[in-house]
Design a protein around this ligand. Structure first.
Ligand code: KIV
Ligand code: ZN
Length: 517
């Protein structure tokens, strides 16, 4: 258990909620298999606590939690639970095989939430906290409690709620800034006050959980640390509800680069930051803005002449961290017919995939097959192999032919459907891409109305590939997908299927019927 006394006072625990708060944000949903792949990468990254989902809310979260629990034995695995007996039971069941389980209970404490959401009094809130934290302690020793919307709660009542939670057995007290409303000065003072005045506060870990509505999630989390927080809740790429959560990569690099200022360390191996970020992008389709700190494509690019000149003289003139320290390394490795298992495994790990023995055997066999048809196998090819391995539940492109007579084009696609059966469909359209998308729609039964469709080249020379990215809007949520191939039309088909499979997965989870984006 990660308790206040088991960690040196300047060691910050990283609580990753990419798979829960991040995943519950629009367009970011992941299947249980995808969550396992992501969880392995997060464990390698060195997160201390991994929130895997909200078991009472979906079968998919229960499955994902159980699958991750069977594999990850060193990381604390946490699940979210409302203050309801049925939620606590579902949480305890899904963590049955976890080596280090934690239940994270939450209940709103702010006047707005009490009056308009829960319609309960202050006394009822306190009773519920006491009853449900005690109940959860009956199953598991490691219990976190969050007063939801803490930063808009009356200070005296918040202190009362925290006092009750600690007395009932909570071992971590988290302060969610649920609406991203607080400021650095305010949150620092909040932590100082609570830790300084609440009975038992020094025996538990205080945690911060900041949303980014005003763009201050990272700044607020750092201020919370200054106020005494020793756990930070964050997500890769800052994904999460609305404007997202505190970005793990920004927070951890701020602590590392400005270590002499914060005097606080994490257990994060920062060399995994970029690969983990890119893995999440591939799994969710959610792109990162180019100028995003730490992991954006431009984070280490120097365009202006003055900067380039300075960089050539001395790197530190315009760089405060080494790209290598965050895992931003161009691959020099070329894989091909003569590459062995170890080389393939090494490259997969650099891409964020950590495979077991059997999985590696399978992917290596597919790699060897691929080498029969192409001279070199690059990162995009390995990612495509992994995508097939991780997302075996969707439509796959088996073959396609396009006949293009100017405006009138015809496309035929052959797909394998989620049951492994073949589906062949033909359609016409104004141009090859329109015909292709019409044939894919006919074969899958999914009508996608595109918001944007872009193609561009990745790599240079003989090994250059085309990458297609597209986004669609479905029930007010934007979904993105991408595909890479030597042939740009095929890349477009892969991108289209990437989005369609995401939508179908989402529909299966939500149990909805009609599907027209
Ligand atoms: O933002 C929030 O309030 C949360 C809680 C459930 C911890 O995510
Ligand atoms: Zn949250």
């Amino acid at each position: 258990m990660n308790t206040a006394s088991s960690q040196p006072s300047n060691r910050i625990l990283i609580f990753d909620t990419t798979l829960r708060d991040g995943e519950q944000s629009p367009g970011c949903s992941m299947s249980p298999q995808q969550k396992v792949v992501m969880a392995r990468a997060l464990a390698e990254l060195g997160v201390d606590i991994l929130e895997t989902g909200f078991p009472a809310s979906s079968q998919s979260d229960r499955e994902a939690t159980a699958m991750i629990a069977a594999e990850l034995r060193k990381t604390t695995l946490c699940v979210l639970s409302r203050c309801l007996p049925a939620d606590i039971e579902a949480s305890a069941r899904s963590l049955e095989n976890a080596a280090r389980p934690r239940i994270h209970l939450f209940l709103s404490t702010s006047p707005l939430h009490r009056e308009h959401k829960l319609r309960i009094s202050k006394d009822e809130v306190l009773e519920s906290i006491h009853k449900h934290v005690s109940m959860a302690r009956g199953y598991i020793d490691d219990i976190e409690f969050s007063p939801e919307d803490a930063t808009r709660t009356e200070p005296e009542f918040l202190a009362e709620a925290v006092t009750v939670a600690i007395a009932a057995g909570a071992t971590t007290i988290n302060m969610p800034d649920t609406l991203g409303y607080t400021t650095p000065g305010e949150i620092r003072e909040l932590f100082e006050r609570l830790i300084g005045t609440v009975p038992g506060a020094r025996e538990v870990v205080f945690s911060t959980h900041c949303h980014n509505d005003l763009g201050m999630a990272v700044a607020n989390s750092l201020a919370a640390i200054e106020g005494g927080a020793r756990q930070v809740e964050c997500t890769i790429n800052g994904i999460g509800e609305r404007a997202g959560n505190c970005a793990l990569e920004e927070l951890t690099m701020a602590l590392k680069v400005r270590n002499s200022y914060y005097n606080a360390d994490t257990g994060i191996d920062t060399r995994h930051l970029v690969p983990t970020s890119q893995l999440l992008t591939r799994l969710t389709g959610m792109q990162v803005q180019r100028n995003k700190a730490i992991v954006g494509a431009n984070a280490f690019a120097h365009e202006s002449g003055i900067h380039q000149h300075g960089m050539l003289r001395h790197r530190c003139t315009y760089e405060i961290m080494n790209p290598e320290d965050v895992g931003c390394i161009e691959s020099q490795m070329v894989l091909g017919r003569h590459s062995g298992r170890a080389a393939v495994e090494h490259r997969l790990r650099a891409l964020g995939y950590f495979l077991g023995e059997e999985e590696l055997n399978l992917v290596f066999a597919q790699f060897k097959d691929l080498c029969e048809s192409q001279r070199v196998v690059n990162d995009a090819d390995l990612q495509a192999l992994m995508q097939d391995a991780v997302e075996s539940d969707g439509y796959r492109l088996a073959a396609m032919t396009i006949s293009d007579h100017g405006q009138d084009a015809q496309a035929q696609v052959e797909l394998s459907d989620p049951n492994g059966d073949r589906v062949i469909e033909t359609a016409q359209g104004e141009g090859p891409v329109a015909a292709l998308f019409a044939a894919l729609a006919a074969a899958t039964g999914v009508q996608l109305i595109l918001d944007s469709y872009q193609v561009h080249s990745v790599g240079i020379g003989a090994d250059a590939r085309g990458e297609a990215t597209l986004s669609v809007r479905y029930q007010d949520i934007e979904y993105e997908g991408s595909g890479v191939s030597e042939d740009i039309i095929e890349a477009s088909a892969l991108a289209w299927l990437d989005v369609a499979n995401r939508l179908l997965r989402q529909r299966n989870d939500a149990g909805t019927a009609a599907l027209t984006a």
